[in-house]
Design a protein around this ligand. Structure first.
Ligand code: OGA
Ligand code: MN
Length: 319
């Protein structure tokens, strides 16, 4: 048992802040045995406060990873993706975010899945394009490129970005209460315009969510924005695009961003998609090395989970 430091609310875990406004590294959690309720309660309050938590060297297996994720809520699964490819992994609760092919070779970045993965390099939130959005994502590393060869993950603090909006923009957003339409096809096109030239996002369902919303767990306001945002409803296209890019560039300024380095297999990063954005940070040599990352994704359970969407199980997927 750790002694609480004078200004820390945590007694079972140790928390080291990674950025002045969000993100923290947590130590003192023993993942080799079931977590006590007290420990989990502190992890939950830490993710609520920090939005991103890094756990080093967890040694979690696929099964323990899934079990830990279930403590956060109901899990999403990859069944929509099975229409395009066979699951390399044993469990449908794990999203294969790797660059590894079924035969163990490194994915060709120019292949359809390689092109699709490029979208993860743009700041986004997970599954905002689906009827029920993602709450928490738990990304566990299994194999990493040699150090210095790339493959970090960056996060942006969209709650603080809301707090610090220029007054005119904050006023405009609050008084209009805009609805943003999110499409996975839009972000894929942005990242890989030539490959997806013939894809028209308007031909697919989009996820509709308020652009400005209260992050219920922390009771702070948040800008729920992402590279998936195709347009703002009710605005003429030019005006919509101008507003989306103004909000997006505001949120992704260096001062709101922190980068997490993956040091070892077993490192786990948990983030709350309803208060931070994230992106993968490539590397010139990444195409030569396997980067095996697996993600458990927890459905959001907050009142905003479904946004303004119809409550269906129809989810969007690409190779
Ligand atoms: C994800 C994701 C980024 C990365 O798992 O949802 O966007 O660095 N990952 O792998
Ligand atoms: Mn993601």
């Amino acid at each position: 048992m750790r002694l609480p430091s004078a200004n820390s609310p945590f007694t079972h875990i140790a928390v080291q802040e990674l950025h002045p406004t969000f993100a923290a590294e947590v130590s003192g959690v023993d993942f080799s045995k079931p977590l006590s309720e007290e420990v989990f309660a502190e992890i939950h309050s830490a993710i609520t406060k920090y939005g991103v938590l890094v756990f080093r060297d967890t040694a979690l297996t696929d099964e323990n990873h899934i079990d830990f994720a279930r403590k956060f809520g109901e899990l999403d699964d990859i069944t929509p993706y099975l229409a395009f490819r066979k699951n390399r992994l044993k469990h449908n609760e794990l999203f294969d975010v790797s660059n590894v092919e079924l035969d163990g070779s490194v994915l060709d970045p120019e292949s359809p899945r390689g092109q699709s993965n490029k979208g993860n390099g743009l700041f986004h939130v997970d599954s905002s394009f689906n009827p029920r959005r993602a709450g928490y994502s738990l990304l566990l590393s299994h194999e990493l490129p040699p150090r210095g060869m790339g493959g970090a993950t960056a996060f942006a603090d969209t709650r603080t970005a809301f707090d610090e909006l220029p007054a005119d923009l904050k006023q405009e957003l609050l008084s209009n209460d805009y609805i943003a339409a999110h499409s996975i096809y839009h972000s894929r096109k942005l990242a890989s315009p030539e490959f997806f030239a013939d894809l028209n996002p308007l031909e697919y369902p989009m996820g509709r969510h308020k652009l400005v919303q209260r992050h219920e767990p922390s009771d702070r306001m948040n800008l729920y924005v992402a590279a998936h945002v195709h347009h703002i409803e009710g605005l003429e296209p030019g005006r919509s695009q101008e507003l989306v890019s103004r909000v997006f560039s505001h949120c992704t300024q260096d001062k709101y961003v922190t980068q997490v380095q993956w040091n070892n297999p077993g490192d786990l990063v948990v983030w709350d998609n309803t208060c931070v954005m994230h992106r993968s940070v490539g590397g010139a040599f990444l195409q030569h090395y396997r980067r095996d990352m697996r993600r458990a994704t927890v459905h959001d359970s907050s009142p905003s989970a479904w946004g303004l969407n119809e409550r269906t199980n129809v989810r969007q997927a690409l190779p």
